[in-house]
Every structure is written in C-alpha cells, then in structure tokens.
Design a protein around this ligand. Structure first.
Ligand SMILES: Cc1ncc(COP(=O)(O)O)c(C=O)c1O
Length: 399
C-alpha cells in the first residue's frame, strides 16, 4: 500500500537517501537547508561580527519562538527559547512558589527521567512530590492523575505523550482538574509537538515546554517554553537574567520589576544559543508548511501497519491499540531487543532501544510504507537468525 503523499519532502532530508531513518522521537532528520542556514550563521559572524546582535541575533529567540508558536497553537510573542527542556521547565517552576498549604507537585512515574530528577530536586525548594504510579502496560490512568490533584496541589507537571510508550495522556481533563483546584500546569510537549496536533491555547495550560530536536527536525539546543499570555503578563521567574530586561544595554543593576520585557523574552536569562536557532529554522518552516494534521494522518497510517506486522510476526508492543491514544512511536519488543536495535543501526535502519519496551520505531511524515515493511522484515530476519552485529562500543553509552 503506497503512501505517495508527502513523499516529495524526502529530497529535503539527505539522510533518507542513505538509511531507513525512523528515529524522529529522538533526533529528527536534518533538512538540507539547515546546512545553508548554518553557513549563513558563520558568514554573518565572520562578516558582521558583533553588529549581528542588533541586526538579527538579539531578537532571534522570538523569531524562532514564533515559528514554534504556529506549531503548538500559541500566539506570537508567547514562546521563549532555552537550551533544553529541563532548563525551560526550571524557568517555569521558578515562577511558582510552594507554600505549606499548597506545596504539592503532581507528576507521573512515566515522566522522562530528567524531569523526575528536576522534580525531586525541587523538594529542597519546599515542594512535596506526588508521583502517580503507572499501570502494568506502562500507561498512566487519567482518573489516577485526577485523584492526585487537590487543593494542596501547587503544580501539575504533565507529560503530554509518555516517552516510553508514546501514549497520549488526556491533557484537557487533567488541566481542567488542575485549574478547578487552583493549581498551575506545566505541559511537556516534547513527544507531541510536531507529530500530533497540539493547541496550547485551547488546552489553557499555564506553561508548555518542548523542543525542536525530535519531531521538529531542528537539532539540539532548541527547547522552548510557552507561557499563556495572561500568565506572562504577571510572572517574574526567579531563574532570570539580563536578556529578560527591556534595556539590557543600560547595564542597570537595580531591581528589574518595572523593566522586564512584556513578551516571552521575559522568561529568558543569559545570552541565547544563536547557532542552535539557525539550525532550527528549516525544520520549523517545513513542519508548518506540511501541517501537523497531515503529519498525524500519515503517521497513523504507518503506525497501524507497524502494529499489524508486530502481530503478524508474533512480536510484542507496548503501544496502545487505540490509535487515538498512540502518538508517533511504536515500540517493538523482541528477544535481545538491545542487540537487535544495535544490529539494525549498523545496517542503516536507524532506531533506538529503551528498556523495558524494546526497539522504538517512529514513522514521521517523510517515511514510507516501504520503509515500514523493510524495517519489520529486517527485525524478523535478525530475530530468526540471532545474527547480531557487535556494533560500535560507544553504542553502549547512547542507545
Ligand atoms: C518527554 C520528554 N521530556 C523531557 C526530555 C528531556 O529533555 P532535555 O534533554 O531537553 O532536557 C525528553 C528527552 O527525550 C523527553 O522525551
């Protein structure tokens, strides 16, 4: 069953000509144009030097943030850019102040470990953690999340799509419950933005974090933070710095209260990572041009085929069988899954491995039905023959 639509974009991603690239849940393919944009960055630095700051660079976080805003349904001027999601999350947390009466941070056991380390560290700042346990199938039940949120909840840190299983949480219901009891929400869209429709405005979340590295094909160093406009008007992040000042070059050392920017750059702190922003431009433009609705439609067709082949070959998958609950990744569990994943990578089928779900396979808009068939046939072959490639020793560090 060919899926000819959207395949014209394949030429824009060089790595697709040399490998079956199904790892956009981890690192999206680099657009061809990114090389030009990075060359432009180098040329600007080489020829304009420090003048580049006033000519483009200083406001570039907003330029990139506005492209992200289009993807996630946010208004222009509401998205700031940060080094990584952990940092962006800390900026949001630094706007909130736990009290003895309202000091609980609700999260789930299936959140990304870096976020869990950050939440645990917040206990020193006065938060009490309430971690909602996962089910045997590695999903988290909405009713358990709802039950965990009460009048003592200061903040709900909600992973929109769980990274292990790609399970889509019922963000609308959980955010509504949080607001009902007066709690704030920080929504982690890292595994949702760019692969399933996300509308932060309709969801009314207070904050949303995410990054361009994965589904947005923007490379590392491009995490974002959305702050709802009415929240933005009031907040004062404790993790702040001169980039959030309306007149940074006045070098005033007095309190910033009356001088903070009104737009999302209020949420920033130190000197922005300019080369990363150049790297993010092309991917964001492509995602916006293709449109997340069309991306979702294609990804669902490819994932359905992946799951049909999982069943046909007798493998296991932690993926939800309800297509409305499954985002972009299908985990395929087979014996010796880590070795199978490494062997696949060595044979130019680029996937990854996460315990305990096995080989993670992500079909983005630029993948084809033929690639889905090919990667599954390759897994079947490796499993049958137990013919593992030793692979690169460094692969034990990054799986
Ligand atoms: C859902 C989710 N949240 C957070 C992170 C961590 O992001 P960062 O390394 O940018 O802090 C990841 C990383 O893969 C993730 O998948």
């Amino acid at each position: 069953m060919p899926v000819p639509d959207l395949e014209r974009w394949r030429d824009e991603f060089p790595i697709l000509a040399r490998s079956v690239y199904m790892i956009s849940n981890s690192l999206g393919a680099m657009p061809r144009k990114t090389a030009q944009n990075l060359a432009e960055y180098a040329e600007t630095w080489a020829t304009r030097g420090v003048r580049a700051w006033e000519e483009r660079w200083w406001e570039m976080p907003l330029e990139v943030g506005n492209k992200v805003a289009r993807v996630i349904g946010a208004p222009a001027g509401s998205v700031s850019m940060h080094e990584n999601v952990t940092t962006a999350h800390l900026v949001a947390l630094s706007c909130l102040h736990p009290t003895p009466a309202r000091g609980v941070l609700v999260c789930s056991e299936m959140d990304f470990p870096s976020m869990m380390y950050l939440y645990r560290a917040q206990q020193a700042a006065g938060y009490e953690l309430r971690i909602v346990p996962a089910e045997a199938d590695l999903t988290v039940r909405t009713d358990r999340m709802l039950d965990a949120i009460d009048g003592s909840t200061a903040v709900v840190a909600l992973s929109h799509v769980l990274f292990r299983t790609s399970y889509i949480m019922d963000a609308a219901a959980i955010i509504a419950r949080a607001h009902e009891v007066g709690a704030k929400v920080i929504l982690d869209t890292y595994q949702s933005a760019g692969i399933i429709p996300v509308d932060v405005t309709a969801l009314e979340t207070d904050f949303a974090v995410g990054g361009c590295l994965k589904w947005l094909c923007g490379g590392p160093g491009n995490a974002f933070l959305y702050t709802r406009p009415d929240v933005l008007a009031k907040v004062r992040p404790a993790f702040t710095g001169w980039v959030s000042h309306r007149a940074p070059f006045a070098f005033d050392t007095g309190p910033m209260d009356d001088f903070a920017r009104g737009d999302a750059m209020r949420m920033m702190n130190g000197t922005p990572s300019i080369p990363a922003y150049y790297a993010a431009l092309a991917g964001l433009d492509i995602i916006n041009e293709v449109g997340v609705d069309r991306i979702r439609e294609k990804s669902q067709r490819l994932s359905a085929r992946l799951l049909a082949l999982v069943d046909e070959y007798g493998f296991h998958s932690a993926a939800s069988r309800d297509p409305r609950r499954l985002a972009g990744t299908v985990a395929v569990n087979v014996p010796d899954a880590l070795q199978v994943a490494r062997t696949l990578k060595a044979r130019d089928f680029v996937v990854d491995y996460r315990p305990p779900v096995g080989v993670r396979i992500s079909a983005h808009f630029y993948n084809t039905m033929e690639e889905v068939e090919a990667v599954m046939a390759e897994i079947k072959d490796i499993v049958a023959k137990k013919d593992y490639t030793a692979g690169d020793a460094r692969a034990s560090l990054v799986t």
